[in-house]
Design a binder for this molecule. Structure first.
Ligand code: HEM
Ligand code: HEM
Length: 178
């Protein structure tokens, strides 16, 4: 039940998947929204929120990768080997971006000199030297990588819906209710 089995995803994998999918989409919206705000108290509040949930996502992706390593995914469904290979490559890229995007945000915040805290409970150490050129560069890559992550996640969701409604297999069902 908790762990994946030969042909099913367990509750822990499903929880990681859906909680993180939701958080990532919300973080993308929040990031776009807050960077358009005029300097204000709201701006400071939303930046703090974005950084805190971003740090939460770093902790989640580390735990998720450990869980995945000790708990292999079930075999892909269907006999289209090319589609399944493509799905596997897509999953790897999504994992990579789920690591890179928040790390770049953390590094950019370090380079800005403001740093990042986790809900004002824990101050994160700086992982890049304070430098304005570096800050702009890191945030630019943070933005591009986050956009790529969301576009690929949408394509990935499209593929899941295609398998569900057109191919009519259990791919989406076994990541949700089955
Ligand atoms: C998966 C997690 C994350 C996603 C999807 C995400 C997404 C975004 C997006 C879309 C923007 C707006 C970029 C723009 O349009 O200029 C942004 C900006 C920003 N992000 Fe993130 N972010 C994540 C994690 C983090 C983390 C962990 C931190 C820091 C600890 C962080 C710090 C920032 C900061 C400070 C900005 C504003 C940069 C600026 O003022 O130009 N982000 N993020
Ligand atoms: C930010 C959003 C998302 C991210 C980052 C993401 C990422 C991933 C990753 C990395 C896997 C591979 C799991 C593994 O084998 O270890 C996966 C599996 C899966 N995802 Fe997503 N996902 C997102 C959103 C969605 C959405 C919106 C849907 C459905 C509409 C979806 C449907 C699925 C399904 C059905 C699987 C299982 C595939 C299989 O059986 O091999 N995902 N997702």
């Amino acid at each position: 039940m908790w762990r994946n089995s030969k042909d099913r995803f367990g509750t822990i994998t499903k929880s990681f998947h859906w909680v993180m999918a939701l958080l990532i989409m919300a973080m993308f919206g929040l990031g776009r929204y807050m960077t358009g705000l005029p300097p204000s108290r709201d701006l400071i509040y939303y930046y703090g929120l974005h950084k805190s949930f971003g740090i939460l996502l770093i902790a989640l992706i580390v735990m998720r990768i450990f869980w995945r390593k000790s708990n292999p995914a079930p075999k892909p469904l269907g006999d289209d080997a090319r589609a399944n290979r493509l799905a596997e490559i897509m999953h790897r890229i999504l994992y990579l971006l789920m690591v890179l995007v928040p790390l770049l945000g953390w590094a950019g915040s370090s380079a800005s000199g403001l740093g990042a805290s986790f809900f004002n409970l824990l101050n994160m150490p700086n992982i890049a030297p304070e430098n304005e050129t570096l800050e702009l560069l890191l945030f630019r890559i943070h933005e591009i990588a986050a956009t790529l992550l969301v576009i690929l996640a949408l394509a990935h969701a499209g593929a899941a819906l295609y398998r569900h409604f057109i191919k009519r297999d259990d791919t989406l069902r076994r990541m949700t209710i089955r």
